[in-house]
Write a protein that binds this ligand. Sequence first.
Ligand code: NDP
Length: 329
Amino acid sequence: MTYQPSPTRYQNMPYRRCGKSGLKLPAMSLGLWHNFGYINNFENSRKLIQTAFDHGITHFDLANNYGPPPGTAEEVFGRILKQDFNGYRDEMIISSKAGYTMWDGPYGDWGSKKYLVSSLDQSLKRMQLDYVDIFYHHRPDPETPLEETMAALDLIVRQGKALYVGLSNYSAGETLKAINILNGLGTPCLIHQPKYSMFERWVEGGLLDVLEQNGIGCIPFSPLAQGLLTDKYLHGIPQDSRVATSGVFLNEQHLTSEKLDKIKRLNELAFSRNQKLAHMALSWILKDDRITTVLIGASKPEQIKDSLEALKNTKFSQEEIATINEILA
Ligand code: NDP
C-alpha cells in the first residue's frame, strides 16, 4: 500500500535545540539497532518508521553494524526510504556510526581514518543516500591518535558525506579532548550519544557538564534499559520480549531479584504520577535541559505511540526525585 505521511505530524512533537547548534531534534528519536535486520519482518520495520514519522519523529539513528546480520539495518532502512519517503529526505535527520567490528582484517574496526572513511562510504551505499546528517565515532579507540580520528570526521564533513559529527561512548575527559581538536579543525562536535537510563547514570558524573559547557547536544541511548524499565518483566518473560527473542545484549541474567524489586517500586511511583513505568523512565531523562532528545527503540509500532505519552509530563517534584534516588541507590 502507498504510504502518505500524516499531515498533522508536526502538531505535538517538541523540537529541542541541539546544544548551541542551528539544528533542532525531536524530543524523541528512533534507533534501528534491533528490529530492522534481515532476520526481522520487513513490513513491521516499515510500519515502525512510518509510525515514528507520522508522530513528528524526524530523527532516525543507525550504525554500520546494526542488523543482524551487520549492515542489514541500513539496507532495510534504505529500502523503506525509497519505497515510502521519496521527497521527504529534507524532513529527516539520519545518522550512522563506525567504531565497532564491521569487517575482517585490520581496517574494519576502531578509529583509523581508513576505517571511518570507507565504512561511511559503505553505509551510504547500503542506505542509497548521498550523505548522512550526523556521523559518529561509535567508541573511543585507545590505539589510534585522537587527532587522526577527529581529522577523519572533519574530512568526511568537508567531502559532503556528513553534515555534522558526533561522539558515542566517549568518557567526559576523552570528549573534552575530542571537542578541542574538532574545534581547531573547524568542524565542531554536534552531539554525544551515551548510554543513560535510571539504571545507568554514569553521565551524571561529569559528561553532561562537559557537554553543557561546550554547547553540545546529548542523545541518550537505551533509555528503557532495553525494556527493563517497563512493566513487561514484572510477571515473567513475555515470548515477544527482547530477553526471549534476542538474548544477546539482554538476557535472563539481567533480571535479578534486586533489579525486579527496583522495577516494581519504580512502577508504583509511576502509577502515582499517572504514568506507566516506560513513560516515567523516558520523562525522567527529558526533565534535564542538557538532554536534546531521548533515543528509543521499539519492536512494535504501538510501543512508539505508547512511549510518546512520556512527553506529556516531564516535570518531577523534589519528593519524586528523592524517592527515585532512594529506589535506585
Ligand atoms: P530502549 O532502552 O528504548 O529499549 C527498546 C526496547 O524496549 C524495545 O525494542 C522494546 O523491546 C521495549 N520497549 C520500547 N518501548 C516500549 C514500551 N512503550 N513499552 C514496553 N516495552 C517497550 O532502547 P534500545 O536499547 O533499543 O536502544 C535505542 C537505540 O539506541 C538503538 O536503536 C540505537 O540507535 C541506539 N544505541 C546506541 C548504542 C551506542 O553504542 N551508541 C548502543 C545501543 C543502542 P521488546 O518489545 O523487544 O521487549
